[in-house]
Design a protein around this ligand. Structure first.
Ligand SMILES: NC(=O)c1ccc[n+]([C@@H]2O[C@H](COP(=O)([O-])OP(=O)(O)OC[C@H]3O[C@@H](n4cnc5c(N)ncnc54)[C@H](O)[C@@H]3O)[C@@H](O)[C@H]2O)c1
Length: 325
């Protein structure tokens, strides 16, 4: 399905860098160049460092909001994977305008690039947060979008733009609504947060909300395979949920992290000031996605939520040990 040259925005980030690895580690497919555009705001050049000397790889430090990106035109991309975004749901209630710019405006700018330079496929990473708190669990893709965070709202707005551009300008679009994606290179999210806090203070752990939030966590390796599988779907615009088949409570995650770093008797302190269980404004308390559409194309998550958490914690500990050597 993939051919020509590929551009990955946000390719130095957590998920993007695993996508780069997957595409350059495998020689199957007819694509040639894999280029990354990233402003390194949350991403790291270290994530793609191993590809520096590879003839098929190039890195462009550019900002999708403030930089002109037409300089990339000579590269004649056939597919754009657009992952660059501000992925922090919590901060979207504190600075909504920042999310409007970094998600909606950034997506508009790369869509304009896609229109002017005649790409054939546009892939967008949306989020389970577009559903808000749906009545149906597991939630299928045809559920109405009712986001309860500005982050979710910007993702829904981006989806609408992607869909309209694909129809107006005649390219294929694939939209992935991702559950919580986790893996060793995570730089945000609950596991990263717990690891950071417990390494600093092993006796007390602050848990945002009442710890009873139940959400689906998917290992990044399963997410990447899902993102390649969905490209094979039919139709002008494909929309796919990506998640594991079960969920896990935040308290169980805290237990797994504490155990993995040999901490016992950690005291949990909850921030559930409003008494509604949420960790922050716009926190969705229960999330589990129906992934039947992707399964019909042959994809399956290898890890359950618990296994994905355990694998991620192991991976983070290994990466930290390697950094110290
Ligand atoms: N990680 C998750 O659990 C999750 C869940 C749902 C959706 N998503 C979406 O998946 C995508 C990747 O998320 P991630 O977890 O890898 O986050 P990340 O922060 O690691 O990656 C985002 C990358 O985009 C870059 N970036 C941000 N703004 C940019 C701009 N204006 N111009 C150029 N580069 C910019 C950052 O430097 C970073 O490398 C995002 O669109 C995110 O919203 C992630």
């Amino acid at each position: 399905m993939l051919d020509g040259n590929i551009l990955i925005t946000g390719g130095a980030g957590f998920i993007g860098s695993y996508l780069v690895d997957r595409l350059l580690d495998n020689t199957e497919g007819d694509y040639q160049q894999v280029h990354v555009l990233d402003n390194l705001s949350t991403g790291s050049i270290d994530h793609v460092h191993r590809w520096n000397d590879n003839q098929r790889f190039q890195f462009f430090r550019l900002d999708l909001v403030s930089d002109a990106i037409d300089e990339l035109a000579g590269n004649d991309y056939s597919t754009v994977f657009h992952l660059a975004a501000n992925p922090d749901v919590r901060s979207s209630s504190i600075n909504p305008k920042l999310h409007l710019e970094q998600n909606v405006l950034a997506t508009f700018n790369i869509l304009e690039y896609a229109r002017k330079h005649d790409i054939s496929m546009f892939v967008f990473t949306s989020s389970s947060t577009v559903y808000g708190e749906p009545g149906v669990i597991p939630t299928p893709e045809d559920t109405p979008l009712n986001p309860i965070s500005m982050y979710g709202a910007t993702k829904a707005a981006c989806e609408a733009m992607v869909c309209s551009y694909a129809n107006m300008y005649g390219f294929k679009a694939v939209i992935y609504r991702l559950a919580n994606v986790i893996g060793a290179r995570s730089t945000h999210g609950v596991i990263y947060d717990f690891m950071r806090k417990l390494t600093a203070n092993g006796s007390v752990l602050e848990i945002l909300g009442n710890g009873r939030q139940r959400k689906s966590y998917i290992h990044v390796s399963d997410c990447i395979e899902a993102m390649l599988t969905g490209l094979n779907g039919n139709g002008r615009v494909g929309i796919f949920n990506v998640g594991s088949d079960d969920y896990i409570e935040v308290i169980e995650i805290a237990d797994i992290v504490a155990k993995a770093i040999n901490l016992h008797n950690v005291r949990y302190v909850f921030t559930d000031g409003n008494g509604d269980g949420r960790g922050w404004r716009g926190d969705v308390r229960v999330m589990l996605l129906d992934t039947g559409r992707l399964k019909a194309l042959g994809w399956r998550a290898r890890y359950s939520s618990r296994e994905a958490v355990e694998e991620t914690v192991r991976g983070m500990i290994t990466e930290r040990l390697q950094e110290r050597v």
